[in-house]
Ligand binder design. Structure first.
Ligand code: DGJ
Length: 540
């Protein structure tokens, strides 16, 4: 009788345990993972939200002889994570013979430098081509074919329909992840990028005979679900050929599905060995004008085909935008488009220009898990220190500010407590709504009530709302003031306290209280380097 009552309870406990076991078959509380709550995300490292303050190596800088300059750059910029390629051509120089010495070197050196790694699997795709395939594959185009263009000519891009290529990639990536699992017990590697900017330039899809046959066949049932069709702006349909269902987007959607299915299988095989968070990155399209796929790299996870990638490659935790667009309107739109309840925002690459450092703030405001400029090293065997230091300075100063409070920033971002503004090209004032307060941010160098415009739109401000009247604020090249709003509207107010300081072991440590000239012109000014303020407001 007792057993009869116990059984349902045991079943519930068992089901609960099963739910916490990854579908990829491993439970390890400390393994890095991406979690979601109420449509917001966090990357857990050692069990707590982690913010990637990253830097990515140049493409050919992951070789042991090049690593000293990479570590120098990581240190100079106060980065906590190095994104570094691992090369299929180096790891499997002969079919089935693997060399993991590069991974060993990276692990040892990263630990020596107290840094984490994001490994970039440069394999079947690198910027739409197959240039990182091992030589034995490059020499055998019949077995590992390229995409065929509309005119019947091969393009410089691997076909996602090539079974032998998929099998070879699955085998090699599985070997990498199997090796990593036993070589990296401390979880120095926190995430793996599967391929790099996959897709095809110069052809919207593969027009080979076998691909054409698939194209003329039925659209897979997974894509016909009402939610997926709605997300793609396609009217409900019971099915049909790609052309029939997707009209003038059919070629691109077919290629996106094919590339995503391929990469999804590679990622799933790797996760079956060792389920680290995995993602793939996108060469973006213009996010404002819905251009045809002939204008960009077709098949990759561009904003318009994210719903296809989600269905075709569920083993990927996220798809990520590489930000090389210019203009704040475009960049802010991209950040908005990749922050979705079903997609964690992560910027694995951004052009290493001073103007881009400000987007770290927007990423945090969107609950993102990290940011990384591309090409942090000098990309030469020997380089002079000042060259690197100058290029890295705009990022180094932000990372130096953020590093001591990295865990707090990650947690606040996960909880949706961060708001941010970045200076636009018109240098205009911006506001942040904080419930009973509105913050007004003017960009420039402030002195005795006058604001001198910034030469470049590099100003930014981030506000963390700790409670109704208390905020942590950081930023550069701006002046901040507040206005009572909401239930405070119309009331007199003043600063109860404006403290300047820094975070140490999870606690704000004030260096001084700002008052008098430092706050009397409506509020504090933030200079060329970010400072951290704790501000408490009061109504009177
Ligand atoms: C984006 C790619 O993902 C990087 O590997 C690199 O090629 C940059 N473009 C350009 O330098």
């Amino acid at each position: 009788m007792r057993n009869f009552y116990l059984r349902p309870v045991l079943l519930i406990v068992l089901l609960f345990c099963l739910k916490t076991v990854s579908v990829y078959g491993q439970t390890d509380a400390s393994i890095p993972k991406v979690v979601e709550k109420n449509g917001r995300h966090a990357l857990l490292v050692d069990g707590k939200p982690f913010l990637i303050l990253g830097g990515q190596a140049h493409n050919s800088s992951g070789w042991p002889g090049m690593l000293p300059q990479l570590w120098r750059a990581v240190e100079e910029m106060h980065a906590n994570t190095l994104e570094v390629p691992i090369y299929w051509e180096q790891i499997e120089p002969q079919a089935g013979k693997f060399d993991f010495s590069l991974i060993d070197t990276l692990l040892t050196q990263a630990r020596d430098h107290n840094a984490r790694l994001v490994l970039l699997w440069f394999a079947t795709w690198k910027n739409g081509s197959n240039h990182y395939m091992p030589e034995w594959m490059k020499r055998d185009a019949a077995k590992y074919p390229n995409v065929t263009g509309k005119n019947g000519q091969p393009k410089d891009s691997p076909s996602p329909h090539a079974k032998a290529t998929l099998e070879a990639d699955v085998k090699a990536f599985s070997a990498v992840m199997r090796y990593l699992k036993q070589a990296d017990k401390p979880h120095t590697v926190i995430m793996v990028q599967v391929e790099n900017e996959a897709g095809t330039w110069d052809s919207v899809r593969d027009y080979s005979v076998s691909a054409q046959k698939l194209f003329e066949g039925e659209v897979p049932a997974e894509l016909l679900k009402p939610g997926v069709l709605k997300a793609l702006n396609v009217p409900p349909t019971s099915g049909g050929s790609w052309q029939k269902v997707f009209g003038d987007r059919a070629d691109e959607y077919f290629h996106a599905w094919s590339v995503a299915r391929f990469i999804g299988q590679v990622a799933a095989a790797g996760k079956a060995e060792y389920p680290l968070p995995m993602y793939t990155n996108a060469a973006l399209r213009d996010p404002l004008t819905n251009p045809p796929a002939t204008n960009y790299e077709s098949g990759g996870p561009t904003d318009n085909v994210i719903p296809i990638w989600k269905v075709a490659a569920p083993a990927l935790d996220l798809v990520a935008p590489d930000i090389y667009l210019s203009g704040s309107e475009r960049v802010l739109k991209v950040i908005e488009l990749y922050d979705r309840p079903d997609n964690t925002l992560f910027v694995p690459e951004a052009g290493l220009i001073p103007n881009n450092a400000k987007y770290l703030y927007e990423v945090l405001a969107h609950g993102g898990i990290g940011f990384s400029p591309f090409g942090i090293d000098g990309n030469k065997q020997k380089h002079s220190a000042p060259e690197t230091a100058d290029r890295l300075a705009p990022y180094a100063q932000e990372y130096a500010m953020a590093a001591p409070m990295m865990r707090e920033l990650a947690q606040w971002s996960f909880e949706g407590k961060i708001k941010a503004v970045v200076e636009r090209e018109d240098h205009g004032k911006q506001t942040i709504d904080l419930g009973a307060w509105q913050s007004v941010i003017s960009f420039g160098t402030a002195s005795a009530g006058n604001i001198k415009a910034n030469p470049q739109p590099t100003g930014k401000a981030m506000i963390v709302q700790l409670d109704a009247n208390k905020f942590i604020i950081t930023g550069t090249q701006c002046h901040i003031t507040f206005q009572p709003a909401g239930k405070n509207a119309g009331r007199a107010w003043q600063y109860l306290k404006v403290e300047e300081g820094s975070f140490e072991n999870g606690t704000f440590k004030p260096l001084r209280i700002l008052n008098g000239d430092e706050t009397d012109w409506g509020g504090p000014s933030l200079g060329a380097e970010p400072s951290v303020l704790q501000i408490t407001l009061v109504t009177r």
